[in-house]
Design a binder for this molecule. Structure first.
Ligand code: FAD
Length: 398
């Protein structure tokens, strides 16, 4: 059994980025993935400027942009009246970042391109169809058990998603709650930009049922729209996924009767949870294994990639430059509070803004958005926060 520097559990977008960052620094890396292929179900796609900066450092940015769509603006709408409330333009971040826009690229494409790079590297071992079941560690190394197989590494990164086995093996509590409703994603070829005049990222508030519309490139690069809706709390999964209910939802978002075909449905539970600790000894949690949140605003996966980048940088210093292993404490010290104070708080606020039922509060929130969009300084401040740039710069300063 060959001892590796770093073993990553999970070849999702976070684990594959962590593995690639470590391998590019020259470390020996093992990447273990439970599935036989990368999960390509429609999940996250919104990639914020600081994440694009990381992908540029990893040499992935040209390919990433080529297989996605650039979205310079995002919009808030009032769905019942179909009125645009405010438009925010990332171009005002020029000078703050080389990427004053968001890129809408499906997350499986990121995992796929990172794994393709890893496959060509001699210091990397990738094992697909290998599900981790147990983790043991002492002061010098970690043993990872996957059925009959065992792997030994200096450090382990658990990037195995919201139901993380690594987190469970470490007996770390996943504190927080699950929302009573679920989110339904309808993927369709209907062109919402042409029909409604909305942009590629449009958030439509409605006290009864909100909708978020995103355009992605699709695997054929021909373009698809994802329409995300909340379900009713008393709506069963079967009901939400029924053809009649899906078509009614499309009708309520002004899709004409003859155009209500869809290519994919995804219904999922939504949580706000943060692991009580991001580390035990030589084993670290990253991405959804460490925290989950509602996807409104596109922050969860982005923050997971920032963590992977931060953690692999710290590990590199310890493994290559002989930095004090105590420096690894910085990972949990900066990442966990940032997630609680920013990602959790912001995504809950984003959800409340869309679903607000009180007419007075609703009008007040719309007025705030309009005022922020109309004032250049507030416009920029709003986007510094929404794009995670403010947070990324804060993490660097620590
Ligand atoms: C159904 C669903 C829909 C979502 N939709 C959206 C959305 O619309 N917008 C948005 O912004 N975010 C969305 N999210 C969240 C977003 O997908 C996650 O933030 C993102 O996937 C996190 O990436 P990750 O690499 O940390 O984890 P994951 O992408 O979950 O990857 C974890 C990987 O670990 C593997 N794994 C699990 N257990 C083991 C094990 N024991 N051994 C080895 N490998 C293992 C899994 O097979 C998987 O490949 C959604 C999440 C879910 C679950």
């Amino acid at each position: 059994m060959q001892r590796r520097n770093i073993l990553v559990v999970g070849a999702g977008p976070v684990g594959s980025v962590a593995a690639l960052a470590s391998a590019r620094s020259g470390h020996t890396v093992t990447l273990l993935e439970a599935q036989h292929r990368i999960d390509d179900s429609p999940r996250a796609s919104t990639t914020q400027p600081p994440t694009l900066e990381i992908l540029a450092e990893l040499g992935l940015i040209e390919e990433y942009i080529r297989v996605g769509l650039i979205a310079r603006t995002f919009e808030f709408w009032d769905r019942p009246t179909l009125r645009r409330i405010a438009t925010f333009d990332f171009d005002c971040l020029r000078g703050e970042t080389d990427f004053p826009f968001v890129v809408q690229t499906e997350q499986h494409k990121l995992a796929g391109m990172a794994v393709a790079r890893l496959q060509a590297m001699p210091n990397v071992e990738i094992v697909m169809g290998c599900s981790v079941t147990e983790i043991r560690q002492d002061e010098t190394q970690v043993t990872v058990v996957a059925g009959e197989r065992q792997f030994i590494a200096d450090y382990v990164i658990g990037a195995d998603g919201g139901r993380s086995t690594v987190r469970k093996c470490l007996d770390i509590e996943f504190e927080g709650y699950t929302w009573p409703e679920r989110f339904l994603v309808i993927t369709t070829k209907f062109d919402f930009a042409a029909a409604l005049g909305c942009c590629y990222r449009s958030y439509m508030a409605d006290p009864q049922e909100w909708t978020n519309l995103f355009k992605v490139a699709g695997d054929d690069l021909k373009g698809r729209w994802r329409a995300v809706f909340n379900t009713r709390e008393d709506e069963s999964d079967d009901e939400a996924l029924s053809d009649a209910a899906v078509r009614s939802r499309l009708a309520r978002i002004h899709v004409p009767e003859g155009d209500r075909e869809y290519v994919h449905l995804n219904l999922y539970n939504v949580h706000q949870r943060v692991a009580k600790s991001f580390r035990t000894g030589r084993v670290f949690l990253c991405g959804d294994a460490a925290h989950v949140n509602n996807p409104i605003g596109g922050l969860g996966l982005n923050s997971g990639i920032h963590e992977a980048w931060d953690l692999t940088g710290l590990l590199d210093k310890v493994l290559r430059e002989d930095a004090d292993p105590a420096s690894l404490d910085a990972y949990e010290h900066r990442r966990r509070p940032l997630n609680i104070e920013y990602v959790q708080e912001q995504t809950v606020a984003n959800k409340r803004r869309l679903e607000e039922r009180d007419p007075v509060q609703r009008a007040r929130r719309f007025d705030e958005l309009r005022a922020a969009a109309d004032d250049p300084a507030r416009h920029k401040a709003f986007l510094m926060r929404a794009s995670l740039l403010e947070r990324a710069r804060r993490a660097v300063r620590h």
